[in-house]
Design a protein around this ligand. Structure first.
Ligand SMILES: *[C@@H]1O[C@H](CO)[C@@H](O)[C@H](O)[C@H]1NC(C)=O
Ligand SMILES: *[C@@H]1O[C@H](CO)[C@@H](O)[C@H](O)[C@H]1NC(C)=O
Length: 436
């Protein structure tokens, strides 16, 4: 059966919320709106969930209507599909009247008042969307100021937890990872100190990337923990965005610089390599602005989808752009291996760059595609696992990069004299034997 455009549109709206924003206390102004369905926010409730809904400044374009067909309800994604079916089949005339949704407030209780405050106890653990329904076929326009808060009560202390059920452990996850990165930064500093004679500029750059990543995670942990405690997103959010931005730019720059072999293969960048940086850096600025807008507005805001697309597009372009310098280096090394006398050293560098190319692709693929898929298929209760997977993949990538490009007195990748050429030839022979 073909679904009419309206239901397709409605189900799309709900599906677009796949990537779930962190529910907070939200204030939304609705102005002369005749949409039949206005979704507000999504939240994973435990058995002790609560919704506080304060609506004021209500004005309806018509009076004398059966206002039980206008109001707020909570609905899970699954039941929403069934509600759509019921509407198609004409079993119910209005989503608000279906027995599959949980009515929170209908406007017939308003009795000419212009505002109401209500608290709804949600005892069935699940992920719900708060939705406003207006079943008057666009004849009725509504204006109102909606302030909503969804939270769970903590089992023992009874304290409010404003993070959705699957995200409540996130502050801890981020904090633990930040500790790991600080430890890595410490180890890296000691490596740089021990091998100070063979340290290149790129190694200090790697240290900066590590520290920025650690700081970014600390701020993210504090930001999420602030939301968890207060429901407001304005704890360390500015710091968090600043470090996200710096981390994003430096990480992409680092991948490009390593890809070009800057400072350990050659002291300068070619023009085309500089161009890659000149593309990636401004795009990162745009990606970060998009990220801020996405986080601040929530999945049902009007421009949310546009910004999400901008972000994805920019991110994909950046990811592709950083691969070019590695490909160019591989090409150069392959030619050099054929022409100059240092075939073994060049072949080894070639192997390294090939490995690096594959690892960068895996990293990008995992953090962009696999994590997104995980987020979509895992139950709302385990949403933190996709964050954990992404952070583990990122950590593995940082460790690999640091390990393979560490400063080393006898690192055959970085040297060019004849003794080292022999050493490299030996090492290569060994490596080949191991591979067989
Ligand atoms: C919600 O639960 C609280 C206690 O947890 C209770 O005081 C309140 O009356 C309940 N509200 C409703 C509408 O059931
Ligand atoms: C709703 O109103 C009550 C009483 O005025 C207030 O305590 C509560 O914080 C408000 N909740 C929201 C989400 O605005």
């Amino acid at each position: 059966m073909a679904l009419p455009t309206r239901s397709v549109f409605l189900s799309l709206l709900l599906f677009l919320s796949m990537s779930i924003s962190l529910a907070e206390i939200r204030f939304t102004g609705v102005r002369s709106d005749n949409r039949p369905i206005i979704p507000f926010d999504e939240f994973g409730f435990t058995h002790r969930g609560r919704l506080e809904l304060n609506v004021s400044g209500i004005s309806l374009s018509k009076s004398n209507l059966e206002l039980n067909k206008v109001g707020f309800f909570l609905c899970t994604r699954d039941s929403w599909m069934h509600v759509l079916q019921q509407l198609e089949d004409g079993e119910v005339g209005c989503a608000l009247l279906s027995d599959l949704v949980k009515q929170v407030y209908t406007f017939d209780a308003l009795k000419a008042k212009k505002e109401f405050n209500t608290v709804f106890n949600e005892t069935d653990a699940d992920q719900y969307t708060l939705v406003f329904a207006n079943c008057f076929n666009r004849d009725l326009t509504v204006s109102m100021d909606v302030s909503s808060a969804m939270y769970n009560l903590d089992g023992r202390s009874g304290r409010r937890d404003y993070l959705s059920a699957g995200k409540t452990v996130l502050p801890r996850v981020y904090f633990i990872f930040s500790l790991v990165y600080f430890v890595l930064a410490g180890i890296w500093i000691s490596v740089l100190y021990k091998k100070r004679l063979t340290v290149f500029g790129i190694h200090f750059f790697m240290l900066a990337v590590l520290i920025l990543k650690a700081l970014n995670l600390v701020c993210e942990a504090e930001d999420k923990s602030y939301i968890k405690r207060t429901g407001s997103a304005h704890g360390w959010d500015v710091l968090f965005y600043i470090f996200s931005f710096l981390k994003g730019i430096t990480l992409f720059t680092l991948i490009v610089l390593i890809g070009t072999g800057w400072s350990f293969l050659k002291p300068y960048l070619q023009d085309k390599e500089k161009k890659v940086l000149m593309i990636v850096i401004p795009l990162q600025v745009i990606a970060n602005i998009a990220q801020v807008v996405i986080d601040e507005s929530g999945p049902f805001a009007q421009d949310w989808v546009t910004w999400k697309q901008v972000f994805l597009l920019v991110d994909v372009i950046c990811c592709c752009a950083v691969l070019f310098p590695i490909v160019w280096s591989i090409k150069n090394l392959r030619e050099a291996a054929r022409t100059d006398g240092k075939a073994a050293v060049n072949l080894m560098k070639l192997t390294l760059f090939r490995q690096y190319y594959i690892v960068v692709i895996c990293y990008i693929y995992f953090t962009r595609v696999v994590v997104y898929a995980l987020e979509t298929i895992t139950s709302y209760r385990y949403l933190w696992t996709s964050v954990l997977a992404a952070e583990l993949a990122t950590l593995a990538f940082y460790v690999f990069t640091g390990y393979k490009f560490k400063p080393e007195a006898h690192n055959p990748y970085f040297v060019i004299d004849d003794d080292e050429e022999e050493a490299a030839a030996e090492a290569l022979k060994l490596e080949d034997e191991f591979e067989l």
